[in-house]
Design a binder for this molecule. Structure first.
Ligand code: SAM
Length: 285
């Protein structure tokens, strides 16, 4: 699952940092566990956007939180810069208003000329508000597409998506969210979908839902990326047990102490035939 839902399943629960007024607690708590999946998302999504070659692309980032993927996609920044900023002296002691003002300038000064338009969706309304206030998201929606159809405003925005992205969120969101997003798009102009998904969580239902919308899903073969270290022994036991149940060998990956993700990319068949995912990311293998 993206990050976790239930302590009874022996998985760490980070709900209390998902919806704060600003991202400082989120970064500081996850830094302690070497949370790194957004940095892998950054290189994957940049590679996908290069291949997609859409003019002024629009990205819909699901489980967008405080706009982290938007920050890394559209700005001259690394994830380590965000950890330094939000866990260090630069921002300690600032009020929310002071931080928003400082962050607006910080991101504006680092914005790439080819930054995509980003529409963010997350149930955490304060996180979405923060990302909007600092200018990371062009549109933000605090909506739960697991439970409800998108609002008419969100449906209108999502209709122009070129790429749908997600890091750290699959498991919280399932094929239901993807179906509802794809339902807003036209069969002759489907967006591509790029997701980084924990190996403890099956992607098959999402791939099946996307196939019903005409998209072919590939998995990057031969490469996984760490998401973060296990919070404790209980969580490690849980993850290793889950992998065994799924028939996945954790040796050399989760057995070393961290969750790993796989990269999935869904596109129309013609695009897959032109350049399969492993050719697209040959430099990552
Ligand atoms: C681990 S965070 C990932 C955030 C960000 N993508 C990243 O990689 O840092 C998981 C996010 O999923 C969000 N989330 C949980 N359930 C959701 C749902 N049903 N729809 C949208 N977002 C959800 C949480 O609020 C949280 O922001």
């Amino acid at each position: 699952m993206g990050e976790h839902t239930s302590r009874s399943l022996s998985k760490a629960n980070f709900d209390d940092i998902y919806d704060r007024a600003d991202p400082r607690a989120y970064f500081c708590e996850l830094a302690a566990l070497d949370y790194e999946v957004p940095r892998h998302g950054q290189q994957v999504f940049r590679g996908v956007l290069d291949t997609l070659a859409a003019r002024d692309p629009t990205v819909v980032d699901l489980c967008c939180s405080y706009g982290i993927n938007a920050a890394l996609l559209g700005h001259d920044l690394e994830l380590s810069d965000l950890y330094d900023r939000y866990c260090g002296e630069q921002t300690t002691g600032l009020s929310r208003d002071e931080l928003v003002a400082a962050d607006r300038a910080f991101y504006a000064a680092r914005r790439c000329p080819d930054a995509p338009t980003v529409i963010g969706v997350d149930v955490a309304s304060q996180a979405v508000d923060y990302a909007l206030d600092v200018g990371l998201l062009d549109t933000g929606a605090a909506e739960d597409l697991e439970q409800h159809d998108p609002s008419p405003e969100l449906a209108r925005e999502v209709a122009r998506a070129d790429l749908i992205t997600v890091t750290g969120g699959i498991g919280y969101i399932t094929e239901r969210t993807f179906e509802r997003v794809l339902d807003c798009t036209s069969p002759d102009r489907r967006p591509w979908v790029a997701g980084l998904c924990l190996r403890t969580v099956p992607y098959t239902p999402i791939a099946a839902a996307l196939a019903r919308k005409g998209l072919v899903t590939e998995r990057l073969e031969g490469r996984t990326f760490p998401q973060r270290r296990f919070a404790d022994q209980q969580e490690r036991d849980y993850a290793l047990r889950t992998l065994v149940t799924r028939g996945i060998d954790p040796q050399g990956k989760e057995s070393e102490g961290a969750y790993h993700v796989e990269v999935y990319l869904s596109r129309p068949a013609v695009a897959v035939a032109q350049q399969p995912i492993n050719a697209m990311f040959a430099d990552l293998l």
